[in-house]
Every structure is written in C-alpha cells, then in structure tokens.
Design a binder for this molecule. Structure first.
Ligand code: HEC
Length: 407
C-alpha cells in the first residue's frame, strides 16, 4: 500500500507540474505574441500603446495595451502569477520525491565526487539560490544596460555552471540541476521582479501619482529572458529521460547548444509575430546546432570498441553478456530487489533471466553502451570494455542470431 501511495503521489505531483507548466508557458507565449502584434489605432485613448484584433472560440477580441499604466485604475485586474508559482512548487516537490528521495541513485556518482545524500541535497538547493543570485547580479550590473551583452554573459554563466555541476553530481543529477536552476530563475523573475514592479505601479496609480517607467522596463527585460529560456528548460525536463543526452561526457555542451537552438527558434516566432518577414535562416541554424548536439552525444558515449577476438563464438558472447547483465543489474532489476530502498524493479525492468535480458537488449544498449546511464551513478562498476561487448551482443540479438526477442 505504501508503495502505491508513493508512486501515486509522484504521478499526481508530475501531473500538476505539467498542467501548471502548460498554463504558465501558454499564457507567456500568448502575451509575447500579443505584445509583438500590437498596432497603433486612431480611436485609442491617448495613454494606449497599441491594439490587436483577435478571433478565438467563436468571438472577436479587441486587446488594448497601456504602456506603464492606464490613466485610472480599472476596478478589476487579472494577475498572471499563479501559473509560474504553481509550476515551481510542484517542480520542487517532484525534484524532492524523485531526486532528493533517492539521491544516491539519481544525484551522486562516487567516481565524480564522494558526497553523502544530505550533502548532495544541500549543494543542489544552495546552488539553485546562488544561481539566481548570480543571474540577478548580472542583470543589475552595467552589463544589464545592453540586452546583447547580458545575453552573452548569461549564456556563458549557464554553460560554465553546467560544466561545474558535471564535476559534482552524477550525469543525471547535474543535468536536472541545470533544469531546476534555469526554471527557478524564470519563476524568481516573476516573483521578485515582474510582479513587485507591477504592484508598485498599481500603488502609484491608486495614489494618483505617475508610476515610474523603470519598473515596466525592468519587468520587460526579465520577461524577455523567460521567453528565450522556455524552450531549453522544457528540453532539459524531457531530456532527463533520454540517456544519450544526459549521460554523456558532453551533456553540459549539449545544454549550451540547446540554449542557442531555443533562442533562434524563439527569434523566428518573435519576428513572425511582429508581422515582419519570418527569418527562415533560423531553422537552418537550429538544424546545424542540433547536428552538433547529436555528434556530441555520440562522442561523449563510451568509446571503447568491442574486441572481436574476446569470444570464441557468438554463443560465448551471448552467454558472457547475459551473465554480465544478471550479475550487475539484478540487484535492482528484480521482482524483489536486494538494493536498499527499492521496493520493486525500477521502471518494471526485470533482468533476472536470459529471456528477460534478451527482451530488453535495445534498452540495455541505450542505458549501458550508448551512455553511462546505468547502473545509476555507477554504483556498480561496468567497464567500458564490457559496455562495448553489450553493444556487439545487442547487434547480434537484433539480427536474430541469438535467442528470440519475444518473451
Ligand atoms: C542501484 C540500482 C540499479 C542498478 C544496479 C541498475 N539499475 Fe537500471 N534502473 C534503476 C533505476 C532507479 C531506474 C529508473 C530510472 C528512472 O527513473 O528513469 C532504472 C531504469 C533502468 C531502465 C529503464 C530506463 C527508462 O528510462 O526506461 C533500464 C533499461 C535499465 N535501468 C537497465 C539497467 C541495466 C542494463 C543495468 C545493469 C548494467 C542496470 N539497469 C542497473 C536502478 C538500477
């Protein structure tokens, strides 16, 4: 029963996280596109900046934007903040349930750094706060006066940070740490900068004063950053499920490329929504950068080649591979895992019999040969030579040379 409660709470928190994230990103994409499409109109009030006509769900909308603020406070005002806060709260809850709750499997790799579970969690949480503080400091520094200089500094900071984390956490832990850090920066932009600035404008308006336009400008700059960080952060959240992305030596460089890919794709849509000629070149750049990312993920995988002479016959290779998998993997991947803290086989993957091992040949390839994802945090050592052997064995299985792929 406890197992079920645990799994269900993970599922429900994940559900909430995805829904809140959709609501946040959806409203943010909508407002960016709306903002860019505003056009001046003759009949608009003097303080109005522009307007847009839209059609959706069986009706027409006339959206008018007031830069800084309207002359008089409206009676009712809808704020957009709970989407962001909800995404963060559910995100941290998910991080705690999945990563912090099993830090020795998800965050720590003793070959990288010998830390305890408690230390890993503390470094992760402290790192999230420091990450925000440094980013915020960059924005407030003289660099912040130029959007381009700030973007370059922010990009360099994130890539260096990603590399730094790869020297502290396991591959998977380091990758997710970056996702959480970037996500937190985005939410903190809403909580600490955008909403407080807007509240001050509202207070000034209510007092009959002219609001300070600096608040609006600062909020807009942070909102622009959030816009460009959205696609990369989603990539990290999904990428955490793909071993060839996070469990390669160059995961930090792949993240750098993804930051650029996300930026050029946003640039395409931002320009298009402005009503200008869409910059189609951005797709070529995105494709080339993606090509580099694919190359890096392969270069960062175990590089040792299988030595053909290591086994006298395909049957010997098959036997050695099956034995290796059962020996190194079945402490966790069993109906009754002996690994402390595991109640059942992770992801329902059982690797206790020859037939089960054969059935999972391709997954074993991606987790063990094409990356260092399994065993997690290298808690059980597998040589690169052995990883190469499993790759050769998987080819053999796929060619139907051994066993049968059916269970
Ligand atoms: C210390 C325990 C442990 C050991 C040892 C271990 N695994 Fe895993 N394995 C896990 C956990 C935990 C997960 C779930 C990861 C996740 O949540 O994405 C997992 C997931 C998997 C998956 C599914 C991945 C997915 O995302 O669907 C495969 C395949 C796998 N392991 C193969 C192996 C192989 C092959 C070995 C031996 C070389 C191995 N594992 C050794 C704990 C272990």
């Amino acid at each position: 029963m406890i197992d079920y409660l645990w799994m269900w709470s993970e599922l429900i928190v994940r559900w909430v996280h995805v829904i809140a994230g959709i609501a946040w990103i959806g409203s943010s994409f909508y407002f960016i596109a709306l903002d860019l499409s505003l056009k001046p109109g003759k009949e608009l009030p003097e303080e109005a900046h522009g307007q847009a006509w839209q059609v959706h769900g069986g009706g027409f909308y006339n959206m008018v934007k007031y830069l800084v603020a309207p002359a008089k406070m409206p009676d009712e005002l809808t704020w957009f903040k709970w989407e962001a806060y909800g995404t963060w709260v559910s995100g941290i809850a998910l991080m705690s349930l999945v990563y912090y709750g099993a830090a020795s499997l998800y965050m720590i790799d003793l070959d990288i750094l010998d830390i305890t579970e408690m230390q890993a969690v503390m470094i992760s949480l402290g790192g999230i706060v420091i990450g925000w503080a440094i980013y915020d400091g960059l924005c407030r520094s003289p660099l912040g006066r130029s959007d381009l200089m700030l973007a370059l500094a922010g990009f360099a900071f994130l890539v260096v940070l990603a590399y730094g984390y790869s020297q502290i956490f396991s591959a998977r832990g380091a990758f997710m740490q970056m996702g959480v850090t970037i996500g937190t920066i985005m939410v903190a932009n809403v909580l600490m900068i955008i909403i407080p600035g807007q509240s001050k404008v509202v207070v000034a308006l209510k007092a009959g004063e002219t609001p300070d336009p600096r608040y609006g400008a600062r909020g807009k700059q942070r909102s622009l950053h959030n816009n460009y960080l959205t696609l990369p952060v989603i990539f990290v959240m999904i990428g955490g499920h793909y071993p060839m992305v996070f469990a390669t030596d160059y995961a930090w460089a792949i993240l750098g490329l993804v930051l650029l890919i996300g930026a050029v794709i946003r640039h395409f849509f931002n320009t298009k929504h402005k009503g200008l000629a869409p910059p189609y070149w951005t797709w070529l750049v995105a494709a080339i950068l993606t090509g580099f990312a694919i190359m890096l993920s392969q270069l960062g995988a175990p590089q040792v080649k299988y030595d053909q002479s290591a086994h006298a016959s395909p049957a010997a290779l098959h036997q050695a591979s099956v034995e290796l998998v059962i020996e190194r993997c079945a402490s966790c991947h069993a109906s009754k895992p002996v690994w402390d803290g595991l109640a059942f086989a992770p992801k329902g993957i059982h690797l206790e019999t020859e037939r089960q091992v054969i059935r999972h040949a391709n997954e074993i390839f991606w987790q063990v040969s094409a990356s260092h994802a399994m065993p997690p945090g290298q808690v059980i050592w597998v040589e690169d030579k052995e990883r190469a052997m499993l790759a050769a064995w998987r080819d053999m299985v796929n060619q139907g040379l051994v066993g049968s792929n059916r269970s």
